[in-house]
Design a binder for this molecule. Structure first.
Ligand SMILES: [Zn+2]
Ligand SMILES: [Zn+2]
Ligand SMILES: [Zn+2]
Length: 280
């Protein structure tokens, strides 16, 4: 299984688009991996997670193969994960998509919680389901479903409750990915599900918005990431080769990529960056 991170920042990006704080200044000066766009990832080149306003930039700058993608998982309706107005660009006239030798637009199948699906359906000013550009599917937490050759489970996150936020476990061919943002330390309901199902996780991507700040509710910092790893290990949801990765960063965490890496290496974590690929 493979994950590619196209964007790795929280809402404001790194540097924050309007920000002059010292962290953002260092990110601007250092460039490279210290620059982060809003979070988006692709699994096995086909399964897309989240649709931030930087999606088009990911197409231009990193070759995100958007025309061929027909499945999208959305974590929640915050602007760094969901920019629904761009779904209109998939409609006939805006997109000429050739599939199987004929011009036809298979809908983009979008999976999200009931509240997030309602948010997409109400997105003004367009009726997004016109021309079958998209098709909306409600994900029931803790209920696995099959899509595009994957087995996907939505797990409850500790985040803005009105969006009914989810994060996802994605399984295929005996491999399992846990992609967990935006969330604080997992809610007990999610821990109970993991304890009862005992998945064998190969790659665990964890919200690290606060980095060295001690975030634990709604988002996490490194200490909450360490505690999450420890509990997953205690539940035997991991094995000796399971990889853990800090992901989804804010300038409010005060460290830029170059400063995060030594801390993460010392503690057995990877640090996501825009364009990073991991195979497991
Ligand atoms: Zn976010
Ligand atoms: Zn800043
Ligand atoms: Zn959020």
């Amino acid at each position: 299984m493979k994950i590619k991170y196209y964007g790795t920042a929280a809402a404001e990006g790194v540097p924050g688009m309007f920000c002059t704080c010292p962290t953002c200044q260092r990110a601007r000066e250092a460039g490279g991996r210290n620059l982060r766009t809003r979070s988006q990832a692709l699994v096995n080149d086909t399964l897309l997670i989240d649709f931030p306003p930087d999606t088009y930039w990911h197409v231009l700058q990193q070759g995100l193969p958007l025309p061929g993608i027909t499945t999208l998982l959305v974590t929640h309706a915050h602007s760094d994960h969901l920019y629904p107005l761009d779904f209109e660009m998939r409609r006939a006239g805006f997109a000429h998509v050739e599939q199987n030798g004929r011009q036809h637009t298979e809908p983009l199948h979008i999976y999200a919680s009931a509240a997030t699906v309602r948010y997409i359906a109400n997105a003004d000013p367009i009726n997004l389901t016109v021309d079958e550009a998209i098709d909306l599917h409600v994900v029931t937490p803790f209920t696995p479903f099959a899509v595009d050759g994957f087995n996907v489970t939505g797990l409850k996150a500790d985040h803005d409750a009105k969006t009914e936020p989810l994060f996802y476990m994605i399984e295929k061919d005996g491999k399992a990915l846990l992609y967990a943002n935006d969330t604080g330390y997992f809610p007990e309901e999610t821990w109970e599900y993991l304890a009862s199902t005992k998945p064998r996780l190969d790659f665990v991507s964890l919200d690290c918005t606060g980095i060295v700040e001690n975030y634990r509710q709604h988002h996490m910092g490194v200490q909450a990431n360490y505690d999450t790893r420890e509990r997953l290990q205690a539940l035997r949801c991991t094995h000796e080769s399971t990889q853990f990765c800090h992901h989804h960063f804010s300038h409010n965490g005060r460290l830029v990529y170059d400063e995060q890496v030594p801390l993460a290496e010392k503690n057995g974590f990877l640090v996501s960056y825009d364009g990073m690929e991991a195979v497991f």
